[in-house]
Design a protein around this ligand. Structure first.
Ligand SMILES: Nc1ncnc2c1ncn2[C@@H]1O[C@H](COP(=O)(O)OP(=O)(O)OP(=O)(O)O)[C@@H](O)[C@H]1O
Length: 247
């Protein structure tokens, strides 16, 4: 495997994911740079979530992944990676408050007994404020709207204070104000040199937010800055004819 340059946050080589006979992703080789916001973009079923899951080694995969030069399990153990799941993958009936959810972001920094210290409580309070959900802190997570839940999970990732943040569809099912809040938080992370990877299933707002795009359709079609990758021809290739006009 070739070396990892200092600016590479994630390096994948020959990444492939299959579920039984379904090949979700084939032979993706790519580098995701540190300190940038990168978008994994493509239609439903194009393999975006599978790529994210493979990067985190949550699904069996072919090929290699390095996160900040480490194996994914090691990077996760060291608390270098925080992730925000797709809403559908969360059990909302679980009786926990919003504060509990955000506090789990600090678990890696707490001792075995998981007793929050002042620094943990401060980080949780700050993340709740940042996402504008401090007033919901004592509510059950299952009682929240989709957008509020998404904010809670982004707050959890923020509280973790990881080098890398991976978000699966952070804007799906959220209103404009939640979207604007999340966008501001992601830009704030970039300003602090953190790396952000988002999965996004359409083109709305992508060009304004991300520095780099990976256009997927079962494999990596193109990677580069949005003004280069999101050309009408390439959008048609990824999304089908007619998609470019919808931007
Ligand atoms: N657990 C699974 N079992 C079987 N097939 C799966 C599973 N997860 C995903 N797939 C299939 O793999 C392919 C890629 O799915 P994936 O969820 O990675 O796409 P996606 O681009 O994230 O889609 P979406 O935008 O709808 O979230 C699809 O054909 C999907 O049906």
């Amino acid at each position: 495997m070739s070396g990892t340059a200092a600016r590479d946050a994630i390096v994948v080589e020959g990444l492939g994911v299959r579920y039984g006979d379904v090949r979700a992703l084939v032979d993706v080789t790519a580098r995701i740079r540190s300190g940038e916001i990168t978008g994994l973009v493509g239609v439903n079923g194009s393999g975006k979530s599978s790529m994210l899951a493979a990067i985190l080694e949550r699904v069996p995969h072919e090929g290699t992944v390095r996160i900040l030069g480490r194996k994914p399990a090691e990077a996760r153990r060291e608390g270098l990676v925080a992730s925000v799941p797709q809403a559908e993958s969360v059990d909302w009936d679980f009786p926990v408050t919003v504060r509990d959810v955000v506090t789990t972001g600090r678990f890696g920094r707490m001792g075995l007994l998981r007793i929050p210290r002042a620094a943990d409580r401060a980080a949780v309070a700050e993340a709740l404020e940042l996402l504008d959900i401090a007033h919901l802190a004592d509510r059950q997570i299952g009682e929240l709207s989709g957008g509020q839940r998404k904010r809670a999970f982004v707050a959890r990732a923020i509280a973790q204070d990881a080098e890398l943040l991976l978000l699966d569809e952070p804007f799906a099912g959220v209103d404009r104000s939640s979207e604007a809040r999340i966008v501001a938080v992601l830009r704030g992370l970039r300003e602090r040199g953190r790396t952000v990877v988002i999965v996004h299933h359409d083109l709305s707002g992508v060009a304004e937010l991300v520095d780099d795009v990976l256009l997927l359709r079962g494999r990596l079609l193109h990677q580069g800055p949005p003004d280069e990758v999101l050309s009408p021809e390439r959008i048609a290739e990824a999304f089908g004819a007619g998609a470019a006009e919808e931007r």
